[in-house]
Design a protein around this ligand. Structure first.
Ligand code: FMN
Length: 202
């Protein structure tokens, strides 16, 4: 059975990005996947302190004792990851950024970090390689560029290219009031289909 983890990065439990995230979950479950969703705003996730303790080896997790400790094994074993967020100040939410920064612990820079003056490149391995991913973004503006959604999408593209993870689809659209996105039937369907695709290809 495919394992899919969905991270909801909005503080609004019934907000637009969470509604789309639930559509992904519904599509995935209907096609036989095991889905776990996490409401990040309700979790104790502290910022990365750049102590580099996680860089002892790929198997070494972060030493910060918070709710991510129970999530690291799940992140490692998941077949697919979905990141859902509102656009806040022209990027994704701080709740999601905290999680993403802490994914540093799933990536091991083998030649050491930072690079010495003699080193021109480094090699790294990561437990995120090969995972399927999906992205969900909602924003109040009507344009993906002026809203800042494109900045967030670019960040995800750079991140997943860096770790060698595949983006299966990016679901993004305009909605302001909580739940308003439910009227966008095309987007709701696209999210459901993403769940189906993650269940099949993860
Ligand atoms: C703190 C804050 C910052 C926001 N910044 C932006 C922004 O930069 N661009 C934009 O288009 N909408 C912005 N919005 C609007 C939200 O992106 C929009 O309401 C979105 O649908 C919320 O998603 P949610 O219901 O999943 O929380 C902002 C809203 C808040 C509360």
């Amino acid at each position: 059975m495919r394992k899919i983890i969905i991270f909801e990065g909005s503080p609004r439990k019934n907000g637009n990005s969470s509604l789309l995230a639930r559509q992904v979950a519904a599509g995935a479950k209907q096609h036989g996947a095991e889905v776990e969703s996490f409401y990040l705003h309700g979790m104790d996730i502290r910022p990365c302190s750049a102590c580099d303790a996680c860089q002892a080896s790929l198997a070494t997790d972060c030493i910060i004792e918070d709710d991510l400790q129970s999530l690291y094994p799940r992140l490692r074993s998941a077949d697919a990851l979905v990141f859902a967020s509102p656009v806040y100040w022209f990027s994704f939410s701080a709740q999601l950024k905290l999680l993403i920064d802490r994914c540093y612990a799933l990536t091991w820079i083998e030649t050491g970090s930072p690079l010495t003056e003699e080193e021109t490149s480094y090699t790294f391995t990561t437990d995120l390689a090969g995972k399927k991913t999906g992205i969900i973004l909602t924003y109040g503006d009507t344009d993906p560029f002026s809203s800042g959604a494109v900045n967030a999408l670019r960040t995800f593209q750079d991140m997943f290219r860096f770790v060698g993870a595949d983006i299966v689809d990016m679901i993004y659209g305009s909605a302001m009031a909580p739940g308003e996105v439910a009227e966008n039937h095309g987007l709701m369907q696209q999210a459901f289909t993403l769940g189906k695709r993650l269940a099949e290809t993860a």
